[in-house]
Write a protein that binds this ligand. Structure first.
Ligand SMILES: Nc1ncnc2c1ncn2[C@@H]1O[C@H](COP(=O)(O)OP(=O)(O)OP(=O)(O)O)[C@@H](O)[C@H]1O
Ligand SMILES: [Mg+2]
Length: 339
């Protein structure tokens, strides 16, 4: 099977989870914008052929291996290099994929710009896990370099507990072999914040209630209700039995807008500059405000899903804003396009 192409300039959506597409394709349909989706799990490209005319939007997700798409990032890298080399306009292109699939890439870039990031040790393979954990005071957490959905996020309250985990059969092998050991951040209040950016501009910030203890924070409608035939999301929960994964059956955590956070907020101003410098056009950046007064960005999601609860309350339609961005780019490059 080859990737489907349209016979006129079109918005191509690169992704591997159809569950997350409807809000965007609805918005595109309503605006009369032609689109085609390319699932990053199969297909083929002939490198001697030019890619189709259109605008390309990558929604590669770090958590793609958890949906059986272990090679999605390699497919995305290949397809994006191909369309970029031909000069096509790409939103969240190949450089952004590298941020999506590597928290190391995120932390070192943020730190280089002076952001306060969580102290983190990246361990390659298993050999040095126990030894390097000694450099972090307990409690500390683990997470996967290529994360998403809170993959591999576990809290450890002692070196002994961690040593048992790291050397035992329950150890969760990260898809890229890179485990992060990270300082445990304590929020002043039980929430984290996710600031959404579209077209590089801040749109709104969401308060994510973490009092339920979950590390899985997907705001999409598709995440809230497990589809029939699929197991509920398996997440990690901090606390007493923290090193054991549990099955999350409870409702998704509460998402509400933080209206006091505006584009003028000092962190938002700096994040906009950071994203612009790296060509990250659509992103949700998560940050902690800690009990000791730190403001710590710790996760850049370039495949973002928007909370229907938040948008029911604030009336904003992020999917429409994304659609308008794509339509504008399509119209700018292909004036004859019917948009
Ligand atoms: N250093 C930390 N200290 C305490 N809690 C943390 C820390 N890092 C992450 N968490 C908690 O775990 C959650 C998931 O972490 P993180 O966002 O880094 O992983 P992820 O796999 O990218 O998840 P997602 O795709 O849901 O954003 C965070 O939102 C936060 O509640
Ligand atoms: Mg996160």
């Amino acid at each position: 099977m080859t990737l489907r192409t349209a016979d006129r300039p079109t918005v191509y959506i690169l992704h591997e989870n159809p569950e997350w597409l409807p809000p965007f394709t609805r918005a595109l349909d309503e605006a009369g914008v032609p689109w085609v989706d390319w699932e990053l799990s199969s297909g083929s490209i002939d490198l001697t052929q030019a890619p189709p005319e259109g605008i390309f939007w990558s929604r590669l997700s770090a958590s793609s291996p958890s949906r059986g798409h272990a090679h999605a990032k390699e497919v995305a890298r290949s397809v994006l290099r191909w369309v970029e080399a031909a000069g096509r306009r790409v939103i969240n292109g190949s450089g952004v994929v590298e941020f999506e699939v590597s928290k190391v890439a995120q932390y070192v870039a943020l730190a280089a710009e002076g952001f306060d990031v969580p102290r983190t040790v990246a361990v390659f393979g298993r050999e040095e896990l126990v030894e390097r954990a000694q450099t972090l005071p307990a409690p500390f957490i683990t997470k996967h370099n290529q994360g998403g959905k809170g993959l591999g996020v576990r809290r450890f309250d002692s070196q002994e507990d961690f040593a048992a985990y790291a050397t035992g059969d329950d150890f969760e092998e990260p898809i890229d072999g890179v485990t992060l050991l990270q300082e445990h951040l304590v929020a002043a209040e039980p929430f984290v914040t996710r600031a959404e950016f579209i077209g590089g501009r801040f749109v709104y910030a969401v308060r994510v209630d973490t009092s339920g203890g979950t590390f899985e924070l997907c705001p999409a409608e598709a995440c809230a209700v497990p589809p029939a035939g699929f197991a509920p999301a398996v997440c990690e929960v901090p606390g007493a039995e923290a090193s054991q994964p549990i099955e999350l059956q409870a409702p998704a955590p509460l998402f509400t807008e933080r209206t006091e956070i505006t584009a003028a907020h000092p962190l938002i101003v700096r994040l906009e500059a950071f994203l612009a410098a790296r060509g990250i056009e659509i992103a949700g950046v998560e940050f902690f405000e800690t009990a000791d007064g730190r403001v710590v960005p710790y996760d850049i999601n370039t495949n973002t899903n928007y909370s229907p609860d938040v948008e029911a309350a604030n009336g904003y339609r992020a999917a429409n804003a994304v659609s308008a961005l794509l339509a504008g780019e399509l119209a700018e490059r292909y004036l004859a396009a019917a948009v």
